[in-house]
Design a protein around this ligand. Structure first.
Ligand SMILES: NC(=O)c1ccc[n+]([C@@H]2O[C@H](COP(=O)([O-])OP(=O)(O)OC[C@H]3O[C@@H](n4cnc5c(N)ncnc54)[C@H](OP(=O)(O)O)[C@@H]3O)[C@@H](O)[C@H]2O)c1
Length: 294
């Protein structure tokens, strides 16, 4: 894996990372901060934010890390988060975000909807990443080398996607909802790069199978049981944390193949994930569902 060949120095970089309280996100905050970056971690619980911050400060006393609260299932809170980030950066006299890592993600065995009436897996895993990227665009464009890294998955493959049932899929199958949202992450990244000059680059990342609690949090039934068996074969979250640090900091990111990475190596996503037509429709639909023009 190429990330092992190169120690990345992130000194001077400002990185916003969602889902920073556990699993891949928590490991990534430690890796990014210990590599010199100023990291703003985002979590949905003040208590878990505080615990994560203390864990990082104990391990790396010189780490420059702040945590902000936002439940990304709420579009109002995503917008407020962007405002809170701007205020925090002004306080530090920082005028750019170099890297946004859209890492927060959920798996829900049973269907839940947000207060906007949107199916929650789609809302958190895709729409929140879409909206936060939009809200932080001026700060990302102020960077010399802005990047948006969205944590997707191998599971995007062999996934049906019906555009007019995105926000409220029927019938609801938790695994399918999850796979669809991870396909959306890649479609978003490709479409972003089609629509923007290369001052900001969007990359989707497959972190591989990782030993975290993700599927157990949204289930106390069969999915929890299956996941507890499956995660035993997963890598430590420190492995994708290395990849995120690599993608955040490598000078000449190879995008000649496209905008999908499996850990530190470029990989070709599914044919559907590269569909321009589907990506364009997803973009339009995401704008409508978040009430933005982009
Ligand atoms: N584990 C794997 O094998 C694997 C494979 C492929 C892709 N991924 C992707 O990797 C990413 C990280 O997942 P993980 O495996 O590290 O799972 P995890 O430990 O459950 O981490 C998910 C993070 O997202 C946060 N989060 C969930 N819902 C949120 C919301 N509404 N608002 C704000 N934050 C929220 C969680 O907060 P709490 O701490 O409060 O729960 C947690 O910090 C996800 O996008 C997932 O799809 C994981």
């Amino acid at each position: 894996m190429c990330c092992e060949k190169q120690e990345i120095d992130l000194t001077g970089k400002t990185i916003v990372l969602t889902g920073a309280t556990s699993g891949i996100g928590f490991a990534s905050v430690k890796k990014l901060a210990s590599s010199g970056a100023y990291v703003i971690g985002v979590g949905r619980s003040e208590t878990r934010n505080q615990k994560a911050l203390e864990g990082i400060q104990n391990a790396f006393p010189n780490a420059h890390v702040d945590y902000l609260f936002a439940d990304l299932a709420s579009q109002d809170q995503v917008k407020k988060l962007a405002e809170d980030i701007k205020v925090l950066l002004q306080g530090h006299e920082i005028n750019a975000v170099d890297v946004l890592v859209n890492n927060a993600g959920i798996y829900l065995e049973k269907k839940q909807t947000t207060k906007e009436g949107i199916e929650q897996t789609f809302a958190v895993n895709h729409l929140a990443a879409f909206l936060l990227s939009h809200e932080l665009m001026p700060l990302l464009q102020a960077s010399n080398q802005g990047r948006i890294i969205t944590v997707s998955s191998y599971s995007h493959r062999n996934t049906p996607l019906i555009i007019n049932r995105l926000d409220n899929p029927w019938p609801y199958i938790g695994l399918l909802a999850y796979k669809r949202s991870k396909l959306c992450n890649i479609l978003f990244s490709y479409e972003f790069n089609r629509r923007h000059d290369n001052k900001v680059t969007a990359i989707a990342l497959d972190p591989g199978l990782v030993d975290t609690s993700i599927a157990s949090k949204g289930s106390n039934g069969i999915s929890d049981w299956v996941w507890r068996l499956r995660r035993k074969d997963g890598e430590s979250p420190d492995v994708p944390a290395e990849s995120i640090a690599y993608l955040a900091g490598v000078e000449n990111l190879d995008t000649s193949h496209g905008y999908f990475y499996r850990n530190c190596d470029p990989e070709t996503p599914s044919i559907k994930a590269r569909s321009e037509d589907l990506a364009e429709k997803l973009w339009q639909c995401s704008c409508e569902l978040t009430n933005i023009i982009w």
